[in-house]
Design a protein around this ligand. Structure first.
Ligand code: GLA
Length: 410
């Protein structure tokens, strides 16, 4: 009787991704934001999408502290493929730009202690026009497993909107079937949400390790703030679906490129940490300026992002054009700790002084807290009703942690 019941329960649950991966938000490097579909290796030999580019980035990740800080995936985005499948119907790389083949590249990446990620598209073509996986899902899942792929970004261009959810679920089954644990990054909400279709977030949570919700990030501050706006406006609908093994994905970090100032770069890092977002860099690691590198490698911010509770932080309030976001984090010994991000939408030139109490922000489960400033080291003890003074630079951020001071005698 019990076994019958179990069969019924499992059958009714249907497919659920259970690969044990991404228990904290995935971290890594992906080429798209910085290198796009640059395939002219004659004109730009050091920048074109080729095995050389990925080998060089793998070297940098391993040698310059990125891997040590947790950025452990190197992910190829679009434009790696040849124009056609091979005689057996398998995807193949462009043979000029990837003369050694993908398996050799994957071996190289693994030899550096990194995990290897790749891109394909559920539809008939990738967004850049290369062969899509439609009609080839099982073959492609097996090809990726044979190549030692550890992470798949499956895009959703050139596909029917109605077909996306069942198709991605089917691909998840084929990935599982290979027996190789592969982080599964889905994109179907990014195609449905802008059309006003509300994706099935329960299915996403059960199918994918992460999913792109919204528009592509480009290299400007307004892109960052537009994404934050969408995430905050929709937080009550989507935040609960993020957690260990399954994450909302607001897209890549653009830190170290052309569009963000130093303060804005800290702000993107802080807010991505608070949202428990995947931390996927996309920057030229050969030329990144040290001050941007230091932001990406800031261990305290990464710790907030990688907090084991995996709670997606939320916008709590906006005071004098400063958005205040909070995220419950560990330790929680009777009362939660928090990360608190103050993001300024002000442009009036000087570091604005905001007077606020923790209790005003809903941080009132303990009487006293230890406050630490993540980017500008400072530690203070405050009671929940005491005014704290925060100075936030224009379009910049202040990131604090608040840890309860508990009276152990009680
Ligand atoms: C879509 C995705 C991007 C990138 C490109 C590649 O736009 O959202 O992240 O993968 O396709 O063509």
């Amino acid at each position: 009787m019990l076994s019958l019941l179990l069969i019924v329960v499992f059958a009714s649950r249907g497919f659920a991704l259970d690969n044990g991966l991404a228990l904290t938000p995935p971290m890594g490097w992906m080429h798209w934001q910085r290198f796009r579909c640059l395939i002219d290796c004659d004109a730009y030999p050091d920048e074109c999408i080729s095995e050389n580019l990925f080998k060089t980035m793998a070297d940098k990740m391993a040698e310059e502290g990125y891997l040590g800080a947790g950025y452990d995936h190197l992910i190829i985005d679009d434009c790696w493929m040849g124009e056609h499948r091979d005689a057996q119907g398998r995807l193949q790389p462009n043979s000029t730009r990837f003369p050694s083949g993908i398996k050799a590249l994957s071996d190289y990446v693994h030899s550096k202690g990194l995990k290897f990620g790749i891109y394909s598209d559920y539809g008939t073509k990738t967004c850049a026009g290369y062969p899509g996986s439609h009609g080839h899902l099982e073959t492609d899942a097996q090809t990726f497993a044979d190549w030692g792929v550890d992470y798949l970004k499956l895009d959703g261009c050139y596909a029917d909107l109605d077909d996306l959810e069942p198709g991605y679920i089917q691909m998840g089954k084929y990935l599982n079937q290979t027996g190789r644990p592969i982080v599964y990054s889905c994109s179907w909400p990014a195609y449905q949400e802008p059309k006003g279709i509300k994706p099935n977030y329960t299915a996403l949570r059960d199918t994918c390790n992460l999913w792109r919700n919204w528009d592509d990030i480009d290299d400007t501050w307004s892109n960052v703030t537009n994404i934050l706006k969408w995430f905050s406006e929709n937080q009550d609908r989507i935040a609960e679906f993020s957690g260990p093994g399954h994450w909302n994905d607001p897209d890549m970090l653009i830190i170290g490129n052309f569009g963000l100032s130093y303060e804005q770069s800290k702000a993107q890092m802080a807010l991505w940490a608070i949202m428990a977002a995947p931390l996927i860099m996309s920057v030229d690691l050969r030329t990144i300026e040290p001050k941007f590198r230091d932001i990406l490698l800031n261990r305290e911010v990464i710790k907030i992002n990688q907090d084991a509770l995996g709670i997606q932080g939320r916008l709590i309030t906006t005071i004098k054009k400063i958005d205040v976001w909070t995220k419950p984090i560990l330790p929680n010994e009777g009362a939660p700790s928090y990360a608190v991000g103050f993001l300024s939408n002000r442009v009036d030139g000087y570091p604005y002084r905001l007077n606020v109490t923790l209790a005003q922000l809903g941080i009132n489960q303990a009487e006293k807290y230890k406050i630490q400033d993540v980017f500008d080291p400072m530690t203070r003890e405050v009671s929940q009703n005491e005014t704290i003074f925060v100075r936030v630079k224009p379009t910049g951020v202040v990131l604090l942690t608040a840890t309860p001071i508990l009276d152990k005698q009680k």
